[in-house]
Design a protein around this ligand. Structure first.
Ligand code: NAD
Ligand code: USQ
Length: 392
């Protein structure tokens, strides 16, 4: 049986140069954790491949880390490594650094990008599944008791069902038996992915299930909704710490896209009738949730699953809200994705709140803050990147 030394405080952040990973690294560092980032900068390479750029000018990872040390006096370590391709080196780094927790963001995360063509489909599966499996294998082979926290998605539950009480990961079901009373069993909620990307998150879930059952690895899977916002308390401390802000049709997420569109006078791009409903979370809450989950590690009895969301909105309501506060026009576009015309999403999310999360809900002030960032950098906005290019 493994033992867990509470509050050994070294944390690996895999994918720590990304949109969620960078503010998480700073937040954990600010809260006394010794942070080590592992990233292969593949996201920056995809920007070059697609000819897109973050709306905000992001500093290099080296400048980011140097600036954080100047601003806070705290050090962040960094390894340039491909988790999917450099297993032996990853294991060596793990054995050398001995972190007590590992936050795993290191995956290709855009649904549209994963559906562009065979190359991107294959890359997304190869990268995401191999990265996750390498992480699990390395933890097992190291013999270390590392708490793995993975960023999953609420998309694993699917968006075209009519469930009215989506649980946090598990369902109790009755399995009919021949000539005997039914057996009650707790199972992972059935998965209904809507893109190759979302499918990789479902496959990740199964890998976690197996390694926990077989090897008692300590795992938290955070089923996160669409993230919005850009800066956090820490990234605001210097221009060189600014977070990335994707607004293009492949990587930009919907609310941030609407706020940029409003700032540059482009109509809000509502796909279909806007009847789709999604769960949302502000980036400041993302980093708070991850810290809370690290500070409160799970047992090894089963994979702990939290729905990391704070609110649920229908897309057309969101567009109307942004239009009301900014005066932007709304325009309906043929939906480039295969999605139901509408769905409901009543999703439970009390576990993180029980650990102390005080949700930041959509409010005008925060939208204005994001709009300010969008206005400040509007000259960097490439209008030709606004409309989606991938259809499925
Ligand atoms: P991102 O693309 O900005 O960051 C991912 C980071 O991982 C990048 O810095 C990239 O270079 C790195 N990376 C990818 N593959 C790697 C590999 N093989 N080895 C090393 N590094 C690698 O994405 P994000 O928005 O920060 O999302 C992070 C995680 O959170 C993803 O797994 C995503 O599925 C999940 N998530 C994101 C959102 C959202 O709205 N952004 C919502 C729910 C879940
Ligand atoms: N949408 C529009 N207009 C736009 C962009 C999107 O109407 O201009 C709609 C989409 O059709 C979709 C919804 O908004 O119904 C959300 O799209 P999105 O691009 O904001 O988010 P999605 O593709 O679902 O993916 C994002 C992240 C992914 C994460 C996921 C969480 O990129 O990493 O897993 O949010 S979730 O949505 O819960 O699956």
């Amino acid at each position: 049986m493994r033992t867990y030394d509470l509050f050994e405080n070294k944390v690996f952040v895999l994918g720590g140069d990304g949109f969620c990973g960078w503010p998480t690294s700073l937040h954990l560092s600010n809260h006394g954790f010794e942070v080590v980032i592992l990233d292969n900068l593949s996201r920056r390479k995809i920007d070059i491949e697609l000819g897109i750029e973050s709306l905000t000018p992001i500093a290099s990872i080296q400048q980011r880390i140097e600036t954080w040390q100047q601003v806070s006096g705290k050090k962040i370590g960094y390894y340039h490594i491909d988790i999917a391709k450099e297993y032996d080196r990853f294991l060596q780094i793990l054995l050398q650094e001995k972190p007590s927790a590992m936050v795993h963001f290191a995956e290709q995360r855009a649904a549209p990008y994963s559906m562009r063509g065979s190359q991107e489909r294959r890359y997304t599966v190869d990268n995401n599944i191999t990265a996750t499996h390498n992480v699990l294998c390395a933890i097992l082979e190291s013999g270390l008791d590392v708490h793995l926290l993975h960023l999953g998605t609420t998309g694993v539950y699917g968006y075209d069902t009519h469930l009215n009480n989506i649980p946090e990961g598990y369902l109790d079901i009755e399995i009919p038996q021949k000539d005997a009373p039914p057996i009650t069993q707790t199972i992972l909620h059935p998965m209904y992915p809507g893109s190759v990307y979302h499918t990789t998150k479902c496959l990740d879930e199964l890998l976690f299930y197996f390694y926990n059952k077989n090897d008692k690895l300590r795992i938290t899977d955070l089923h996160q909704g669409v993230v919005w916002g850009t800066n956090t308390e820490e990234t605001k401390q210097s221009d060189k710490l600014i977070n990335r802000f994707d607004y293009d049709g492949e990587y930009g997420t919907v609310l941030n896209r609407f706020l940029v569109q409003a700032a540059i006078g482009h109509p809000l791009t509502v796909y279909g009738t806007g009847g789709q409903t999604r769960a949302f979370i502000n980036i400041q809450d993302t980093v708070n949730c991850i810290r809370l989950a690290i500070e409160n590690p799970p047992s090894t009895e089963k994979v702990r699953i939290f729905n990391q969301i704070t609110e649920v909105h229908r897309l057309i309501d969101l567009a109307n809200y942004v239009s009301r506060i900014t005066g932007a026009e709304i325009k309906f576009y043929d939906n480039p994705r295969k999605e139901a015309a509408s769905n409901e999403l009543p999703m439970r999310h009390e576990q993180l709140e029980k650990l102390g999360l005080t949700p930041i809900l959509l409010e005008q002030g925060l939208c204005e803050e994001v709009s300010e960032v969008a206005k400040r950098y509007q000259d960097r906005c490439n209008l030709s990147q606004i409309l989606p290019t991938t259809k499925w």
